[in-house]
Write a protein that binds this ligand. Structure first.
Ligand code: ZN
Length: 452
């Protein structure tokens, strides 16, 4: 009997971290932070690991809510062997360093947790073991040797570069953790490859299970709607702000915009990008022949882009209109998209295009749900929104029908639902029990052990 315990990221999106005990060997699946929370609150509940064996950690992908707490884990459990795909580690080399200063400021007041240094991150990343997709890793626990070796493999999850579902096989029992997964192709990522085996236990993300499929449209229909709206704004001399995550969303939207321009569907205009997003684009380019990629000839570096870090006077965007892809994706404080949004909202001909998931506690959520003419509190200031606000869906996650397809294809005996709000758990649970009555469904909760 395997034991599953959620330390974070169960019925919410953030700080994904799941403990899996196989016959006395402890494996952690992901180790993320909650980007909207601060201090100890932003970390998984590591105290739940006390008196439990912990031998290995497997990271599904390099988004902060899946990898960001790894340096804290290693401070507490330096013996743990970590595994990830080579692409995730290349990206983490950029992103984990980026959070050092930010987190050390946040954690200074908290008891029991100390911040980490750039040197510690370098050491951590040097010690991580990498495994390519479908490569089999054989493990034996450090303290409690299992009778048989545990076999683990990564499977392309189609979510972002290097993202993986994790298959754990032991004693004829198979558990598959989806990580964040996109079954359908995006503009760059070519869609997930599921393991070609029947699964016993499926641990599945449910980000979009609470959202009506029809409202989300398809990549093609959303692209069409996007280009129509963008052409209107650009023809009137306005600029468009698109808040994006530097990892994944930025590269997907950038590629899509450029392809539409090349096809003559979207007005040719300036494209503004900068910083971390650009560095990550370079890693995408380098790996395009190695991973499943929609068009291996396509290189993001060939897209003409201007650096928005070089622009101090934001009136520049009136004189030189264009499309600005700025992080953070949820318009968090002290980020480029926050600085731009404050200016953008006051400009009549401009528009903010929302293209991804927004946590309800963020400025991005407030803006996404506000309309032109309404008032919004921005920092200390109350702003009347003058610009247009439109929402498009370019999900890097599976929509609800695709999640059902994953369940159908893997045909597990039991499903544990994670990484979604309670409404998403409810929809997914009901749907599985209706369509597949022979399956058991568990809605994961932080701190609640589930026997699988
Ligand atoms: Zn992700």
């Amino acid at each position: 009997m395997n034991k599953f315990l959620s330390l974070g990221g169960a019925d919410e999106i953030g700080a994904s971290c799941f403990y899996f005990n196989i016959d006395g060997t402890g494996i952690l699946l992901d180790c993320g932070i909650h980007p909207q929370k601060t201090g100890a609150e932003s970390l998984p509940m590591f105290n739940l690991l006390e008196n439990k064996p912990l031998d290995f950690a497997f990271i599904s992908h390099a988004h902060q809510d899946h990898i960001g707490a790894l340096p804290f884990l290693i401070k507490k459990y330096p013996h743990v062997k970590i595994f990830a795909t080579p692409q995730s580690i290349d990206i983490a080399k950029l992103t984990l360093h980026n959070t050092v200063n930010f987190l050390s400021r946040q954690l200074s007041l908290d008891d029991g947790i100390t911040a980490y240094t750039h040197e510690e991150i370098d050491m951590l990343l040097r010690s991580v073991n990498t495994a390519d997709y479908n490569e089999e890793i054989f493990l034996k626990g450090i303290r409690h040797e299992t009778a048989e070796e545990i076999k683990i493999s990564f499977h392309d999850a189609g979510h972002i570069l290097g993202s993986a579902g994790i298959l754990i096989e032991y004693n004829n029992d198979k558990t598959f953790y989806t990580g964040d997964i996109s079954l359908l192709p995006q503009t760059l990522m070519a869609g997930a490859s599921l393991p070609g085996k029947k699964i016993d236990s499926l641990i599945m993300e449910s980000t979009y299970a609470g959202s009506n499929q029809e409202l989300l449209g398809t990549l093609a229909s959303e692209t069409k709607r996007f280009t129509k709206s963008a052409n209107k704004i650009l023809s009137e001399g306005g600029s468009i702000l698109i808040p994006v995550f530097a990892l994944g969303k930025m590269q997907e939207v950038l590629a899509n915009i450029f392809i539409q321009m090349e096809n003559g569907k979207l007005t040719e205009t300036n494209i503004y990008t900068a910083g971390l997003g650009r560095s990550i684009s370079h890693i995408y380019d380098l790996n395009r022949y190695i991973v499943k990629y929609s068009d291996k000839e396509f290189e993001l570096k060939n897209i003409p882009q201007q650096n928005y870090f070089e622009i101090n006077d934001l009136n520049h965007f009136k004189r030189h209109p264009g499309i600005v892809l700025a992080s953070s994706g949820m318009i968090l404080k002290d980020t480029s998209s926050y600085r731009f949004a404050e200016y953008w909202l006051k400009q009549e001909k401009f528009a903010v295009f929302i293209v991804g998931y927004m946590d309800p506690d963020t400025m991005g959520y407030k803006i996404a749900n506000a309309g032109t003419g309404s008032k919004i509190t921005f920092g200390d200031e109350e702003i009347i929104i003058r610009c247009g606000i439109e929402r498009f869906y370019f999900p890097t996650h599976s929509k609800r029908n695709e999640l059902v397809t994953i369940v159908k294809k893997l045909n597990p005996k039991r499903v544990v639902i994670v990484h979604g709000e309670p409404a998403a758990h409810d929809w997914m649970g009901n749907r599985i029990l209706t369509e597949f009555p022979h399956m058991q469904v568990f809605s994961a909760e932080k701190g609640k052990e589930i026997l699988l």
